[in-house]
Design a protein around this ligand. Structure first.
Ligand code: SF4
Ligand code: SF4
Length: 459
């Protein structure tokens, strides 16, 4: 047995080593994911985050389970990959989550991660925009200065990460300049990322973003090839073909050393066209280390019931997602998500008010970027906190029957108020979560073989 990725220390401290009872029947943990490779079998534990490579001989011993732990599997058993036949793996994950949550909250004494809405206006009119009913507003220069002051007062001198968000964040670049200038003048280390449609970049702006904004990563959404894209995005007063312009800008960003992740939005109308888009993206940007593509299903977030997807349709989308994912892998442009280092103790910014927050154009603090107005818990102008809002956004959906046998359970938290998750888990959601972990496993394994440190993500 060889260790590819070590377990997260927090969980290791909580669990220690499992005491194995001689002669008692054991089985593989429910939270263990298995991937066959020519060199052996990879076992990844979603609770501890540990990734092991078993030799063919050790893997053959797995076939003797359930049963007494064979000598070849003594070490994986001590590392929680095997569990007593009657053990409740879900209860163990719940206990670890609770204790790990206390550790993380203790560590989080500074607010260092900010998502800043520079504006809620946009130069495109995507038919699926979740902000379509929102009031349009842009951050003023004064609010930008006040936001910078707030960050400086609350980051505890630690490095800051800012995500520029909108609307289209590039519609209001002035406030990005102001905030980044203030942080730099005060000697605060920072880096930024952005969610953008990519249209408004040009050579000069890319250089400014790289140097002055410390922009490291841009996520750009695309819906299809030229005709489909231009129709679905419906830009306001476009110059030439927006599709071509966005492709040019992706090239400019990559040449400047800014990572670009393209999100392909898939729905019933554009599934076929996305294959042609993948071909074009692979031809233009394939092989560039800072380029990657990932998939999202439009309206998945509306849920089976609310949006009228039947279980069958949802399964069909899950199949479509897998096929498209395999195509992106084949083309060499699929993103490789970092492997999660063990159990998740919070879902997102909405239930993690200790270390991260979003800032609205008016300087209000909120937790959920999709529900800006419904998740406001404070303001940059006061230290008053709306505890009731924070409490509501921490509420979780209870586990479902399927969770008991689901390997991703330790890394799955579903918030009651999250608008991007249906009330009940769907085949798409399960497929997407499993797929992401599998890609993380394979990516970490390839890195390990190449002697590169594994790209991992903590609790
Ligand atoms: S939409 Fe859901 S996942 Fe996204 S920030 Fe809001 S609560 Fe979190
Ligand atoms: S993906 Fe679905 S089934 Fe699996 S743990 Fe999450 S909610 Fe449960």
């Amino acid at each position: 047995m060889r260790q590819v990725v070590s377990p997260i220390q927090t969980v290791q401290k909580i669990l220690g080593r499992q005491k194995v009872e001689e002669g008692a029947p054991y089985r593989l943990s429910v939270h263990c994911m298995r991937v066959e490779r020519p060199e052996g079998v990879l076992l990844y534990h979603t609770l501890t985050g540990e990734l092991l490579l078993l030799s063919a001989e050790e893997a053959a011993a797995l076939g003797k389970l359930p049963g007494p732990v064979p000598p070849a599997l003594g070490e994986p058993a001590a590392r929680w990959f095997l569990r007593p036949l009657e053990a409740d793996d879900m209860a163990l994950a719940d206990q670890v989550r609770e204790i790990a949550g206390l550790f993380v909250r203790e560590k989080e004494t500074a607010l260092t991660r900010y998502t800043i809405f520079t504006t809620t206006t946009c130069n495109a009119r995507c038919f699926y925009c979740f902000e379509s009913g929102w009031k349009r507003s842009s951050m003023s220069e004064q609010t930008a200065r006040d936001t910078a002051k707030y960050i400086l007062a609350h980051c505890g001198g630690k490095p800051v990460h800012i995500e520029w968000f909108g609307g289209e964040p590039l519609v209001n670049t002035r406030v990005i300049d102001i905030i980044t200038d203030c942080l730099r003048q005060q000697g605060t280390e920072f880096r930024s990322t952005m969610l953008s449609n990519g249209y408004l970049f040009d050579e000069a702006l890319v250089q400014r973003a790289k140097n002055a904004w410390s922009l490291k990563d841009v996520q750009i959404t695309m819906d299809g090839t030229e005709e489909v894209y231009n129709r679905r995005k419906s830009y306001v007063t476009p110059q030439g073909s927006p599709y071509r312009r966005v492709l040019r800008n992706i090239g400019l960003l990559l040449d400047a050393g800014v990572r670009v992740t393209v999100r392909l939005n898939m729905d019933g109308d554009n599934e076929g066209d996305l294959y042609a888009l993948a071909d074009e993206l692979a031809e233009r940007f394939g092989g560039k280390p800072d380029f990657g593509v990932y998939l999202a299903v439009l309206f998945e977030n509306k849920g089976i019931e609310r949006f009228g997807y039947t279980e069958e349709e949802s399964s069909a989308y899950a199949r479509g997602l897998r096929l498209m994912q395999a195509y992106l892998e084949k083309k060499g442009v699929a993103t490789r998500p970092p492997l999660k280092l063990g159990i998740t103790v919070n879902s997102c910014m909405a239930d993690n008010s200790g270390g991260s927050t979003a800032v609205t154009p008016e300087g209000l603090l909120c937790g959920c970027t999709s529900c800006m107005n419904d998740s406001i818990w404070g303001s940059i102008y006061s230290d008053k906190v709306d505890e009731e809002v924070l409490r509501q956004w921490k509420e979780r959906n209870p586990p479902e029957a399927a969770c008991k046998a689901c390997p991703v359970y330790p890394q799955c938290i579903r918030l009651k108020k999250c608008p991007n998750r249906p009330e009940h888990c769907s085949p798409i959601e399960r497929a997407r979560r499993e797929e992401k972990i599998l890609r993380g496993i394979l990516g970490s394994y390839e890195d390990w073989k190449a002697g590169v440190p594994a790209r991992t993500d903590t609790v």
